[in-house]
Ligand binder design. Sequence first.
Ligand code: APR
Ligand code: PHB
Length: 395
Amino acid sequence: MSGPGQRTQVGIIGGGPAGLLLSQLLHRAGIDSVVLERASRAHCEERVRAGVLEPGSVEVLEAAGVGERLRREGLVHHGIDLCFAGARHRIALTDLTGRSITVYAQQEVVKDLIRARLDAGADVRFEVEDVRIEGLEDPASTIRFRHAGAAGVLECDWIAGCDGSHGASRAAIPAGGVTEYARSCPFAWLGILAAAAPTASELVYARHERGFALYSMRSPEVTRLYLQCRPDEDLAAWSDARIWDELHGRLESDDGWRIREGAIVQRSVTPLRSFVIEPMRFGRLFLAGDAAHVVPPTGAKGLNLAIHDVRVLAEALIAAYAGDARALDQYSARCLARVWRAERFSWWMTAMLHRDERDDEFGRRLQLAQLEEVAHSRAAAQSLAENYVGACLTA
Ligand code: APR
Ligand code: PHB
C-alpha cells in the first residue's frame, strides 16, 4: 500500500486518540481516510497518559462504536476530593451538575479505536517516518513520507494534523500563518502507576506545602499517582521509597485516610505548559487535539478537548462532502471557544493547587482562601464542577 500516488479524502497525521477517532467517525459516514502514525502500534497502545472522560466524550466514543468496553470497565465517579490543610473536602460533581465522569485510561481508548479501525479494514500505518506536507493552499494537498523502507505519497482533499504537541503538521504552516499563545509553568508532574488496590473511590487533588499531589486510579487493582516536581527533575534521583514518602506526606489527611503502596510498574516526568494555536486551520490543514493546544493536566481537559475538536471536525467534513463547506470555515472558532474556557480552568486549578517557589506567604494565604471558598461556597464548587464535567465549556 505504500507505493506513490495513492489518493484518499482525508489524510490524517498521528494515530493518537484524535487521529484514530477522526478516522473512525469519518468511516461511519462513508468518508475515506488514511492514518499515518510515527510510533509502533505497541507503543501507541502502551503509552500511559490521561484517564478522565467527560460525559460528552463518552457519548462521542459511543457514537463512534467504541463504547462497549468503556461502558463495562470504565469507573463512573460522582465526585472528587480537594485536600488542603490536612482535610479532604468533597466536590459532589453529580449533585452539582447532574453529570458524572468516567475514569478510563487514554491508552485503552486508543486500543479500542485501533481495533475498531483495523476490524473495518482501515488503512492505518504505524512506524511512518519523515512526514512532510505540501500544497496546503492548492486544490489538493500532498503528504510525503517513508514507510517500510519505501517512499510514499498521499494525495488528499483535506489533511488533519492530529500529531500531538511535537508533531510535523504545525511545522508545515508558513511563518505568520497562525499565531501561538503560550505560557509555561515552572512545574512538572512525576507520575507513577502502582500495582495497588485504590483505597479511595474518587480522585484526590491535594495542595500541600511540599507541593501538589494527585491520587487517581485505573482499575480496582491499579492506582495512578502524581507528585509536583521540577521540570528538569531527574527520575534517577527518585527511589521508590522517596516517591512513596512524598505521596504519603502530601496526600494523607487528618481523617485517617491512608494510601496503599504497591510495585511501581511505570514512572515518568511530564512538564506542565499551556499553548493555543489560532486559528486551528491553515488552508487544507486542520489541527486537532494536542497539535493545536495543550493544557496543564490539573483540570483533566486534554483528552476531552481532543475528542471535542474531532467531533466538530468530523461533522464539518461530513457537511462539506454533502455540499456545505460553511462548517469547515467555522471549525476553528467553534473549537477555540471551548479551548480557551478549558485553558482558563486548567490554569486556575493549577495555580490553586501547586506550590510556586516564586510566590510569597501572601500568595500562599490567597491560595488557601480560594480553596476554602471552593470547599464551602456552593456557587464556587458548582463553577469548578461544571468545568470539570465539561458542562459549561461552550460559550
Ligand atoms: N508523524 C506521524 N505521527 C506523529 C508525528 C509525526 N511527525 N509526530 C507525532 N506523531 C504521533 C504520536 O506518535 C502520537 O501517537 O501523533 C500522535 C499524537 O497523539 P497524542 O499526543 O496522544 O495527541 P492527541 O491525539 O491530540 O490526544 C491528546 O494526549 O497528551 C494527551 O492530554 C493529552 O489526553 C490528551 C491527548
Ligand atoms: C489521571 O488519572 O491520569 C488523571 C486524573 C486527573 C487529572 C490528570 C490525570 O487531572
